[in-house]
Ligand binder design. Structure first.
Ligand code: FRU
Length: 482
């Protein structure tokens, strides 16, 4: 257990003892979820390679298995029939080749000729800077993953761009393959590190192995200094592009976290490399959400998972040796041109025995539940989760027409650097607001009006606390996860 882990360590069999011990220790944590994917050891970040392949779902993820900090990134792998119960498939990619000596970074998956092509960034540091490299691994139907012998498939960044160029997202359009890469451009001289302006780069291929740079995509938005984790799905004939920009300025009620995640709805033209945009917004109003990826599930259903974390947050349970996880799988729809996301039908079906009561106070039997109630927009409301000296709350401010999540009254304080409250405006929402809470111990997702607005955030109560107090008598419906 006390084996010291260097940052750039990759997994070999000699680490198995350390990992098994750590896994046993983590099983005793009071903060584990039941229906969110979390690392059995170490740190989990971005969802990668999300796909429905060979009759099941595959969720890959960024994983530093040895400890709860951002070290050498591996790809972990889990499979599932329903995106709720997962089978742990262990390591998918171990960065043990010279070209990926600083980690296997994020990317996506594309099914082709009965195999699953996994695209990823091979993180490669030089003495003074980085050299951008993109790589490929192929999974066959038996689940065997083989790295492409001629990796990397792309080396370096085009002139004038930062070598921080990453997170390949490959898709097919008009009979060709395209890859989006997130990066940044320099305004004057090239340096090491990030660029000055975030850019989305487009590459093209006929065979998935040989790629040619096409240019950047003209995006009519603020781009920060770096764009991470692009992904794209089509919903009702509209392109929905996800981006995770770094360097966004805070707005009154948006972009409060260290890094932002946004979506654009419109039309991407790969020939002219333009995105004609109808609408854009932040994806999540919570504290702990970043680097989401979208994909198609069974029957081409548009789905997404996000990383339940952001940047290098400090949590009060970091010494437990596990950190972060993923959001629930969310189905996506467009409603009046805006993106709405809500936990998958499959997850909702795990909450079967619904109970309803009209009350001001309620104590639940366990901290794994789906709870629903309505808020009247014309009245202030406060709902507290926890006890007097240790609680978080949800407020509706009638005058300001906002809903706020406040983590400031918790005994175990979280990541103070980025503030204790998150607020969203509700002026555009329908009169009464339906609130759906999916509480999974320390993982909380709050949905307003079935996903018009979402808050994803972590809370670490001192003890298993399931008392909920409303400012007035309210009709409440709930069910436990079973
Ligand atoms: C986003 C990100 C990606 C990168 C990965 C490394 O959270 O920084 O851009 O590929 O994490 O773990």
């Amino acid at each position: 257990m006390n084996k010291k882990v260097e940052k750039y360590t990759y997994y070999t069999a000699e680490w198995q003892g350390h990992l098994s011990e750590l896994e046993e220790k983590i099983k005793k944590s009071n903060y584990l979820p039941k229906y969110h994917l979390y690392p059995k050891t170490g740190l989990m970040n971005d969802p990668n390679g999300l796909s429905y392949f060979n009759g099941k779902y595959h969720v890959f993820y960024q994983w530093f298995p040895f400890d709860s900090f951002h070290g050498m990134k591996h790809w972990g792998h889990a499979t599932s029939e329903d995106l709720v119960k997962f089978k742990d498939e262990g390591f998918a990619l171990i960065p043990n080749e010279e070209y990926e000596k600083n980690g296997s970074y994020s990317g996506n998956a594309l099914e082709y000729n009965d195999e699953l092509y996994l695209f990823y960034t091979a993180n490669y540091k030089t003495d003074t800077s980085k050299l951008a490299k993109q790589a490929l691994a192929i999974m066959d139907k038996k689940g065997t993953i083989t790295k492409y012998q001629k990796n990397p498939i792309i080396t370096g960044a085009p002139e004038g761009f930062s070598q921080e160029l990453r997170d390949p997202f490959v898709f097919e359009r008009n009979g060709s393959f395209y890859m989006l890469l997130g990066g940044g451009r320099f305004l004057d001289t090239e340096r090491s590190g990030f660029g000055d302006i975030g850019e989305l780069l487009l590459y093209k291929s006929a065979n998935l192995f040989d790629w040619t740079y096409q240019g950047t995509i003209d995006l009519p938005i603020e781009k920060g200094y770096m764009l991470e984790c692009p992904s794209l799905v089509t919903i009702d004939g509209k392109d929905v592009l996800f981006l995770s920009p770094m360097g966004y300025e805070k707005e009154r009620y948006r972009y409060q976290n260290r890094f932002a995640s946004i979506y654009l709805v419109g039309q991407l033209d790969v020939e002219t490399r333009t995105f004609v945009m109808d609408h854009m917004d932040e994806l999540d109003a919570g504290f702990d959400y970043y680097a989401p990826q979208s994909f198609y599930g069974k029957n081409q259903l548009p789905l997404t998972f996000g990383w339940f974390g952001c940047g290098e947050q400090v949590y009060p349970i970091d010494d437990e040796g596990w950190k972060h996880g993923l959001t629930t799988a969310q189905e996506m729809r467009l409603v009046d041109g805006k993106l709405v996301r809500f936990p998958s039908q499959e997850l909702q079906e795990y909450f079967t025995e619904k109970q309803t009561i009209k009350a001001e106070k309620l104590t639940l039997e366990q901290p794994y539940y789906h709870l629903q109630f309505e808020l009247n927009k014309g009245q202030d409301s406060t709902i507290c989760f926890g006890t007097n000296d240790d609680f978080w709350q949800l407020n509706l401010d009638e005058k300001k027409q906002t809903v706020t999540i406040d983590r400031g009254h918790l005994t175990k304080k979280i990541d103070h650097d980025y503030g204790m409250k998150r607020t969203c405006e509700i002026a555009e929402l329908a009169n009464n607001i339906i609130v759906d809470l999916f509480v999974d111990n320390s993982f909380i997702e709050v949905y307003l009006n079935k996903g018009e607005r979402v808050f994803s955030f972590r809370v670490f109560l001192k003890s298993e606390q399931t008392t909920i107090s409303f400012s007035k008598e309210t009709e409440i419906t709930w069910a436990y996860f079973e």
